[in-house]
Design a protein around this ligand. Structure first.
Ligand code: FMN
Length: 205
């Protein structure tokens, strides 16, 4: 693999129309194999969300001895300034609604691959979002955009929220509710599988 195509994040932009998704995925696995030979510390792989089958990809990461997966990374994206006719940077920070990405996949993967540690990243902006990701099965939740926007004090506010929420629900440890609402533990797992809006509209009629 051309080193210029691989930035310091483990991310390859698939811009080769002749290369299959499997070939791209194998490159990730080769990097992990190589790292595993060279270092002894545990490896957490921070993934992007462009994989056709994130579940399979996490399984492959596990098979290649990665110790954890972080779902998901966020990358620089470009936008077009239509007045200056120039390429500019798209919004760098996530939006709270981006939580849906990490929430769905943490829930699905934690249910089917409990042996893999999962860290959630993307869209956690407040305490409620962190609680949701823990309920979905995240081992840890990472914060970035909200700290840029609100300062590191936001971390203390989030901790306060979680503590108050746990008291209200009579939980004395996070392990008591971690994954309680993942794909396997809810009565109607279809809600995590739904991807079409049709039912949303019919339910409103
Ligand atoms: C300005 C900025 C710089 C980032 N730099 C890195 C980086 O160097 N390495 C990395 O793994 N992720 C980086 N990220 C991704 C974040 O760590 C995080 O995974 C992503 O923003 C999603 O989480 P959030 O919704 O809490 O922002 C960066 C994100 C932002 C907004």
């Amino acid at each position: 693999m051309d080193a210029r195509r691989m930035n310091r994040n483990l991310f390859i932009l698939p811009i080769d129309k002749d290369k299959t998704s499997g070939e791209y995925e194998n490159t990730y696995l080769e990097v992990i194999d190589d790292l595993k030979k060279k270092i002894k510390i545990p490896i957490a792989v921070k993934m992007g969300y462009y994989f056709t089958n994130p579940l399979r990809m996490v399984k492959e990461l596990y098979n290649h001895k990665a110790n954890a997966a972080v779902l998901f990374n966020r990358f620089y994206e470009s936008d077009i300034d239509i007045e200056k006719l120039e390429i500019k940077s798209a919004e760098v920070f996530s939006h709270p609604s981006d939580l849906r990405l990490s929430l769905r996949w943490i829930s699905l993967i934690s249910a089917q691959m409990p042996e893999m540690e999962l860290s959630a990243s993307t869209g956690a902006h407040d305490g409620a979002a962190v609680v949701k990701l823990l309920l979905a099965g995240a081992q840890t939740v990472q914060l970035c955009s909200t700290l840029y926007k609100n300062g590191v004090e936001q971390a203390a506010k989030i901790l306060e929220f979680i503590t108050e929420w746990m008291k209200r629900h009579e939980f004395s440890s996070i392990d008591e509710f971690r994954g309680a609402m993942n794909y396997k533990n809810i009565p109607d797992p279809d809600v995590y599988e739904r991807s079409q809006f049709m039912k949303y509209y019919s339910a409103r009629e």
